[in-house]
Design a protein around this ligand. Sequence first.
Ligand SMILES: NC(=O)C1=CN([C@@H]2O[C@H](COP(=O)(O)OP(=O)(O)OC[C@H]3O[C@@H](n4cnc5c(N)ncnc54)[C@H](OP(=O)(O)O)[C@@H]3O)[C@@H](O)[C@H]2O)C=CC1
Ligand SMILES: O=C(O)[C@@H]1CCC=N1
Length: 277
Amino acid sequence: MLDKTIAFLGTGNMAEAILKGLLRAGTAKPENIIATGRRPERLEELQRAYGVRTTSDNLAAAREADIIVLSVKPQAMDKLVVQVAPALDHRKLIISVAAGVPIAALERRLGAGARIIRTMPNTPSLVGAGACALARGEHASQEDLAVASRIFQSVGTTTVVDENLLDAVTGLSGSGPAYIFLVIEALSDAGVKVGLPRYTALKLAAQTVLGSAQLLIETNAHPGQLKDQVTSPGGTAIAGLHTLEAGGLRTTLINAVEAATRRAKELGEQFLEKSER
Ligand SMILES: NC(=O)C1=CN([C@@H]2O[C@H](COP(=O)(O)OP(=O)(O)OC[C@H]3O[C@@H](n4cnc5c(N)ncnc54)[C@H](OP(=O)(O)O)[C@@H]3O)[C@@H](O)[C@H]2O)C=CC1
Ligand SMILES: O=C(O)[C@@H]1CCC=N1
C-alpha cells in the first residue's frame, strides 16, 4: 500500500485505467486518490465508480498530493503545466504519461529541480495487464523511480528505458492495444464470413490472441518456433499465413509502429515550441 496521496490531473481513458488498476491491486486507497477533470458529470461518474476524491481544481489537487500524474492529452499539457507549476516544487514527484512530451520541456516549465518520471503505459492496465516503460528525469531519484515503478507494477509489467526510447515505446506498446483490437475485430468479422455466430467468433478471436501471447511469454520461445508448431505441411495454417504474407502484414505492422513513433516525436516538438514561448 502506497502511503501517499496521488493526484491524476486529467482523468480520461489512461488515468482511469491506472486508477482502477491501483485500487484493484490494493496499492492505493480511494481516499488517497484525487482525480481532476473539466466536466462535472465525468467527476461524478469517477466518484461513484471508484469512491475517489474528485475536483476541477488542478492547482488545489497538485498542492495537496505527494505524487502528481500529468494525464491530459499532449496538446493540453502546456496549459495544464503552466497552471499547476506554482504547486509543483521539488517535494512533489511528477509522473507524466503524455505521448511525446520530453522531460526537458516539462522541466523548463516547472523550474530546475523538478522530480519528473516520464512514462508510457497502455490501457490494459485497467485489468492489471498493462505494459509500461519509465524513464527518470535528471532530478528524480532512484527512490522516485522505484515509487513510480511500484504504481505501474500494480497494473502490469514495467521496464526502465532511456528517455530517447519512449517515442518508440509509444509507437509499439502505448498505441499497440489499438492495433490488436483492430486485429481481433477483423478476425471476428472473418469468423462471421466463414459462418460463425458473431459472439462465438469474437470470443474465439480474443482468446486466441490472449492465449498466443501467454504461450509466448510463459515458454519464452521464439515466435517463429511457436508459429511452426501450428503449421503442418500442406495444412490450413500455411494457407492462411501465405495470404497474410501476400497482404504484407509484417510490413504493415512495421509501418504502423514507425508512423506512431513519428507522431509521438511531432507531438513532443509541438510541446517544445509552446514551452519556449
Ligand atoms: N489512451 C491511451 O491508450 C494512452 C494514453 N496515453 C497518454 O495519456 C494522456 C491522456 O490520454 P487519454 O486518457 O487517452 O485522453 P482522454 O481525453 O481520455 O483523457 C484526458 C482527460 O483530461 C481531461 N482534461 C483535459 N484538460 C483538462 C484540464 N485542463 N484539467 C483537468 N482535466 C482536463 C479531459 O477532460 P474532457 O473529457 O472534459 O476534455 C479528459 O477526461 C495523453 O497524454 C496520452 O498521450 C499514454 C498511453 C496510452
Ligand atoms: O493515441 C495517442 O496519442 C495515445 C498515446 C499512446 C496511445 N494512445
